[in-house]
Ligand binder design. Structure first.
Ligand code: NIG
Ligand code: FE
Length: 434
């Protein structure tokens, strides 16, 4: 792809500056009115007011060289009446599943609770059969569809978890499906192993044996260094996640799993505090990149997050879809100095949405985050939650040119218009996505 020049954005949100954003700095989006961005070789080469960027010698040379036919033609994108921002970083998704969970959906509408449905054979365990009966290709097709839907809503980086196979074989299939889909998608994918999502039915009477399998068989395999001609060295997953919760894994079991992850050179992240509180400090030694959900926290947890490098990732689409009236305490977290990220939690049980703009909208209306805080949480802080902030999450020279273009003149319109998609296109580091 040749150079690309975006010009005349009504607002260009750079999100430049220190990362992660905490406290009042979450409100600073680094807005450039009438903004321009030059993209070269998939990277941001220049960014600023259109009047300045078009005068940069490198840009002038490109534009005149293109006119004379001596340098590659520059694709110019007129962004008048558009908001241009870093592509969203959706730092928490579960895209490897075969079918929607419509029975759970109807049961909840009729008044049943998430945990009751799970105890009656629904919930996460009811998604296992579909994954176990699918081929890797079928799973990859489902993941691909999710990635495309995410990109259509402005997302350019996605964290993707396994977690609906829950056997050695099917967890590996799930991670292979993520890898296959990632190879065909223009965005960036960060894979996570979530073999400890729930205890599968085969181990119902002996959950510790399943934990042992996760630690002794699955994690070592996932952590193996592999090579492939096209992309060089890789591991099947970069992170290990665990669902630390009543009905899933205890804090002690979760610690064993996270310990195994660290021993094998993988990084950690945790589902915690969704239904009940677990003290976050119990996990400090594993330096989780992110702790996610956080509906149930106390002051000690918030104080820990205020100073830790760990990002607090909130998933309010799950609360919305479960029909809950309570939401995670975003205001207390931000006001205490925690770095807060937002993600979809895309999954068949609690959050069947690929739309980051919808998540931003719920974050504003139900968690009282300001539109600016929500955008910082969905871009630069999401990048920090995946430890990719040196490449993603802001529009600064040298970073990957991952960009979303919205049909809006003011960034506040992004969470304001809900239930419709105002994202016009995304640009990712590899090529244009429609
Ligand atoms: O993040 N909490 C655990 N995992 C998902 C739910 C998965 C499911 O219900 O299928 C979540 O909400
Ligand atoms: Fe989740």
């Amino acid at each position: 792809m040749g150079p690309t020049l975006l010009t005349h954005a009504s607002q260009l949100l750079t999100l430049r500056g220190p990362a992660p954003r905490r406290g009042t700095s979450m409100r600073d989006l680094g807005i450039v009115p009438d903004g321009a961005v030059l993209i070269q070789d998939g990277k941001i080469a220049a960014v600023g007011p259109t009047a300045e960027v078009t005068q940069v010698p490198q840009v002038r040379a490109l534009l005149s060289g293109a006119n004379l036919g001596t340098s590659p033609s520059v694709e110019e994108i007129d962004c008048t009446n558009r908001v241009v921002l870093p592509g969203f970083v959706d730092s928490h998704t579960h895209p490897v599943f075969a079918r929607p969970r419509l029975i759970d959906f109807e049961k909840r509408i009729a008044g049943a609770h998430y945990e009751e449905i799970a105890a009656a054979g629904g919930g996460i365990r009811s998604s296992l059969r579909g994954v176990r009966e699918s081929s890797v290709h079928q799973l990859a097709t489902a993941v691909m569809r999710a990635f495309h839907e995410m990109a259509a809503h402005g997302t350019t980086t996605v964290e993707a978890k396994s977690g609906y196979g829950l056997t050695y074989e099917h967890e590996i299939h799930s991670l292979e499906a993520i890898r296959l889909a990632a190879a065909q998608w223009d965005g960036t994918v960060v894979p996570t192993f979530l073999g400890a999502h729930v205890v599968p039915p085969e181990y119902r009477d002996n959950p510790d044996e399943y934990v042992q399998t996760v630690c002794d068989r699955m994690i070592p395999y996932v952590a193996e260094e592999r090579t492939d001609g096209a992309s060089g060295n890789y591991k099947l997953a970069r992170y290990v996640d665990v669902f630390c919760e009543r009905g899933a894994f205890s804090a002690e079991q979760s610690r064993r799993i996270l310990h195994a992850a660290v021993v094998h050179g993988l990084k950690t992240r945790i589902h915690v505090g969704q239904l009940t509180r677990t003290a976050l400090e119990l996990f400090a030694e594993f330096h989780p990149a992110s702790v996610d959900h956080l509906d149930h926290l106390n002051e000690a947890d918030i104080a820990w997050l205020a100073t830790a490098d760990t990002v607090a990732t909130l998933l309010p689409a799950a609360n919305y879809f479960l029909g809950l009236s309570a939401f995670p305490p975003a205001r207390r977290l931000i006001d205490s100095g925690a770095s807060v990220a937002l993600a979809t939690d895309y999954n068949p049980g609690t959050a069947p949405t690929a739309s980051m703009p919808f998540v931003l909208s719920v974050a504003c209306t139900h968690m009282k985050m300001s539109p600016a805080e929500a955008i910082a949480a969905a871009t630069i802080n999401g990048a920090c939650a995946l430890d990719v902030q040196h490449r993603k999450g802001s529009l600064e020279p040298g970073k990957d040119a991952d960009i979303a273009i919205f049909d809006a003149q003011d960034y506040r319109e992004i969470p304001y218009w809900f239930g419709v998609n105002r994202c016009l296109r995304t640009i990712t580091q590899r090529q244009m996505a429609g």
